[in-house]
Design a protein around this ligand. Structure first.
Ligand code: GDP
Length: 317
């Protein structure tokens, strides 16, 4: 690509990481910053666990488990098996290699490092080029309101396997959390080329980032085009509970409903070609709409989609 670019991607875990990987293949490392949701982070077995940061880190390091899209490839489970034998809390799977990351992160945080410093250090050790930036160095915890009561995010997502019907979400600590200063600085940077809202879960991956004080306003004031990519493909989520959550909240599982959540901040929207029926309505909601294949099954798909989005962002100026 001619000339140096400055691209900011906002993302959650598996869906966001796929596009981030595509972007990392066509941008130089210093051209891409990936701001990651930390609302899923939690303390477990004495360790600080940051699932979305780890998914993005492992994906960009080329060591993610290709079958799940999270955790490490060629993982072993001795720790979990031994923990189960002891009657320990085994509902959250921690592979042996993955465990080392949580231990090391917890140690570095305990020694006084901020989450962003620790994340940078670990990403560097694993050979990741682009900057992976937690949305905040302050703790924020996504809480899921369900018909069986309010659940901490991982209790809902992993322990209860997303089964309880959801009625809402809130983000504990969000009012006093500060968006990472480098996120706000990038949004105010007149040389920023584009902000890409990755195809991540709008409720529990993107909304925590947008709910940090000042972020929504900064996105709406941002000089660069803000582009959202639909996580809905063919009226369904590719993976995870996005469509199930929408149905339980009384929303149709469509790109239109996704865009409604971002309408005040985006200039452009990327629709999957399988959802072409939504195009006319989307055009009444946002200035620019691009229709393409957003299903990222292979690395080539990820790169092609990343390229299409960057090209589209140029036409959104
Ligand atoms: P999580 O935090 O691990 O659940 O991951 P994300 O929130 O980043 O991603 C979940 C969302 O990614 C779901 O809504 C999926 O529909 C979406 N997703 C996953 N893979 C793809 C893909 O290949 N294309 C598109 N358009 N969306 C995807």
């Amino acid at each position: 690509m001619a000339g140096s670019k400055k691209i900011l991607a906002l993302c959650g875990g598996v869906g966001g990481a796929k596009l981030a990987l595509g972007l990392s293949h066509i941008l130089d490392s210093d051209e891409l910053t990936i701001v990651v949701n930390t609302g899923d982070d939690f303390d477990h077995l004495g360790l600080r666990i940051c699932p979305d940061i780890d998914t993005v880190t492992y994906t960009l390091a080329g060591i993610v488990n290709p079958d799940t899209g999270w955790g490490r490839a060629e993982e072993t489970g001795s720790f979990m098996a031994s923990l189960s034998m002891l009657g320990g809390e085994d509902w959250f799977y921690l592979g042996d290699k993955d465990l080392a990351l949580h231990v090391e992160r917890t140690r570095r945080l305990g020694a006084g490092g901020s989450l962003s410093q620790v994340t940078t250090g670990i990403a560097r050790a694993l050979g990741v080029g682009p900057r992976i930036l937690p949305m905040s160095d302050d703790p924020v915890a996504t809480m899921v309101e369900t018909t069986s009561g309010t659940l901490a995010f991982q209790h809902y997502f992993v322990r209860e396997r997303c089964e309880p019907p959801v009625s809402g979400f809130y983000f504990d600590g969000i009012d006093s959390a500060r968006a990472h200063p480098d996120l706000l600085a990038l949004l105010a940077d007149q040389t920023l080329d584009a902000v890409i809202i990755c195809p991540s879960n709008p409720f529990v991956s993107i909304d925590p980032i947008l709910s940090l004080p000042g972020v929504r306003q900064a996105l709406s004031d941002c000089a660069a085009p803000v582009i959202a990519v639909s996580p809905i493909v063919g009226g369904k989520a590719v993976k995870g509970p996005t469509a199930k959550m929408m149905a339980e909240l009384g929303l149709a599982p469509t790109s239109v409903e996704v865009l409604k959540r971002y309408q005040d901040i985006v200039d452009g929207f990327v629709l999957d070609q399988r959802d072409i029926d939504d195009l006319e309505q989307l055009k009444t909601m946002v200035t620019y709409v691009d229709v393409t294949d957003t299903l990222m099954l292979t690395l080539e798909h990820k790169i092609a989609l990343a390229r299409a989005i960057l090209d589209f962002s140029v036409s959104c100026q």
